[in-house]
Design a protein around this ligand. Sequence first.
Ligand code: AHG
Ligand code: MN
Ligand code: MN
Ligand code: MN
Length: 335
Amino acid sequence: TSSHLIPQNAPTLAGFVMQNTKDKDLVILMQAIALCCKQISTAVKRAGIAKLYGLAGEQNSTGDDQKKLDVMSNEIMTNALRNSGVCAVLVSEEDEEPIIVPEGNQGKYCVAFDPLDGSSNIDCNVSVGTIFGVYEKKEGSVGTTADILRGGDDMLCAGYCVYSSAVELVFAFKGGGVHCFCLDPSIGEFINSRVMKFPEGGGKKIYSCNEGNSEKWDQPIKDCVEAFKIGEKPYAARYTGSMVADIHRTLLYGGIFMYPADKKSPKGKLRILYEGFPMAMLIEQCGGIASTGLFNGSFQRILDVVPGHIHDRCPIIMGGERDVNFFYSFYENAG
Ligand code: AHG
Ligand code: MN
Ligand code: MN
Ligand code: MN
């Protein structure tokens, strides 16, 4: 038979969300996000033909030069989530202010997202992604910025989609493990394909950071990265410049991903609400550690940081226990 080609009991995203949460609004939300990912994936694939490479001409509120695909992906996501009927507050990397969904269309969810992650890779056809974190608005709230300016442990769901040789949607509900859905292009559906978990013992020895910034790092970070290169079996360096791709590899193969603070950027580069938090939740739920490194005088769990502004940044040191603890060992009083 051809049963190996045509799945006869496909574990779909909607079925999975319904069975695991019994929350129909969450099914609608995840379906809306999945549709956006399919649309963005198509835009990314057709970019060369549709003349979608290149700059849009504006800067976003964190000073990034927006690409045409950044702007288009943002339109796709804000429209879909606004019209889903289940959202109240939307925060996007590409919008200065949060979007408050009008009362008639409003639901209970607040979503922070990075519509297209990996700017520097967009125009050269290297993997890019989408990142999201989901909160529920506070009891009785009409939907305000305060509903989303919260600690990371308040997220009830977080995930990313990676647009690569395969399109994979990876997400977790709070405390529920990390699940991977692969887009089956033959039917246009995300199908549950694998469970994500850190490899036993820490997995491959890989370090992932933009070492071009090392001149501006603190001494312990420099020492740690130098130590990765020493010994019988030194670590391999792997860094794509797309956080989604680098974290996807880290979750599957092991290793450590770092975007530390440096002398020029004391808060690092990556943004808390739509980069740091969602990835920190996934890393922890896969059995890893997500830390800020030394930040404002202490070592903090990323999910414990409370952003003061929707576009705030924090330094990021995340990966398996073996490697993050090795990183800590270069500081005297680290925990
Ligand atoms: P974005 O494209 O959403 O602005 O994010 C870019 C981020 C992230 O994907 C990546 O880890 C990092 O910036 C790369 O920065 P460098 O080019 O400084 O290494
Ligand atoms: Mn950007
Ligand atoms: Mn990003
Ligand atoms: Mn982005």
